[in-house]
Ligand binder design. Structure first.
Ligand code: ADP
Ligand code: MG
Length: 311
């Protein structure tokens, strides 16, 4: 179990992590989601003892990371963002080097095991810099699990990979995570949705949501999302939002030369459809279609992490 208590990290005057609290239970697969700059890597660096917190506590299996970093490092396997590797070394030598730092006794056996698990047979004697990104990531995963840790922490493990490599690495992560507690960070919802049971969303250093996919969606069912297909001038559509009030414009897109598809959202407690229709009539726009749309997790994420003042 991992516990984060009132965790804060300041870089000079910038508060990158702002009093966050959450727990991760044994065996859980947690997606740590947030836009770029939200504070994900900073949080993960603190859990993995690479960065001291400014305030607050972290416990890993009841070890306080500040007093027991040796024990904590043994329990955790970590693949940092951008997977820093010694690219001049060949795969075998690099993994052996990591095993030595980790002071693993039976390192030959462990090396064999991780090479097998991570599908590195064909490349053990190749210098790392000659490998594809997908294989470099496999090496990164191999070094993270070499000491057979209970907890695996992966910081944006599929970023920069092509779609095929993403599928492969995802499968590998699923496999490796089977008997472990797993934390995967990402700025892409689909990424964590594909693998994780629970999602914690961080934004501007603060936790803005924590729950299962279904829980997060249902917490947003109090919003109604409306799709309007209109014949109107795209640049005039913002007038709708300004005039009706208490509705927000999620997007507009041109379907054809004339037809604009507009996505609108409002609080389900007040039905805004009548007012919206009246404004459309008043403007002499043609309403081709109006229907409700289901809230997706993507909407939840967008809603929680959108910057004030729009994009
Ligand atoms: P994420 O991983 O979610 O993209 P980070 O934890 O890397 O976010 O960064 C959070 C904030 O802290 C960002 O505003 C980033 O610019 C800043 N930051 C990250 N690392 C440093 C650092 N070493 N020194 C100063 N500011 C940093
Ligand atoms: Mg990051």
């Amino acid at each position: 179990m991992i516990q984060l208590q009132n965790l804060v990290k300041d870089y000079g005057t910038l508060r990158a992590v702002d009093h966050i609290n959450f727990e991760i239970n044994k065996g859980e697969i947690l997606g740590f989601l947030g836009p770029n700059g939200a504070g994900k890597s900073t949080t993960l660096r603190m859990i993995t003892c690479f960065l001291p917190p400014t305030e607050g506590n972290i416990y890993v299996e009841n070890y306080n990371i500040l007093n027991n970093s040796r024990e904590v490092r043994k329990l955790i396997g970590y693949l940092p963002e951008n997977n820093p590797l010694y690219i001049e070394m060949n795969v075998y030598d690099y993994l052996k080097f990591v095993a030595e730092i980790r002071e693993i006794d039976n390192f030959k056996m462990r090396l064999k095991e991780v090479i097998e698990k991570c599908g590195l047979h064909g490349v053990v004697n190749k210098p790392i810099h000659t490998l594809s990104k997908g294989f470099k990531q496999r090496v990164g995963l191999a070094q993270a699990i070499i000491h057979d840790p209970e907890i695996l922490i992966l910081d944006e493990p599929t970023s920069g990979l092509d779609p095929n490599q993403i599928m492969e690495i995802r499968e590998l992560i699923k496999e490796l995570g089977k008997e472990k507690t797993l934390i995967i960070s990402s700025h892409i919802l689909q990424e964590v949705q594909a693998v994780c049971e629970r999602i914690v969303i961080i934004h501007n250093g603060k936790i803005v949501a924590d729950g299962s996919t279904e829980e997060l969606k249902s917490s947003f069912q109090n919003k109604t999302k409306l799709i309007l297909n209109l014949i109107a001038k795209e640049e005039e559509i913002h007038g709708l939002v300004e005039n009706v009030g208490n509705i927000s414009l999620l997007s507009t897109s041109k379907k054809t030369n004339d037809e604009i598809e507009t996505l609108i959202e409002f609080d389900s407690q007040v039905d805004k459809r009548g007012e919206i229709y009246n404004y459309i009539k008043q403007q002499d726009w043609v309403l081709l279609e109006m229907h409700r749309d289901k809230i997706s997790l993507e909407d939840v994420f967008r809603n929680l992490t959108i910057e004030e003042g729009g994009e």
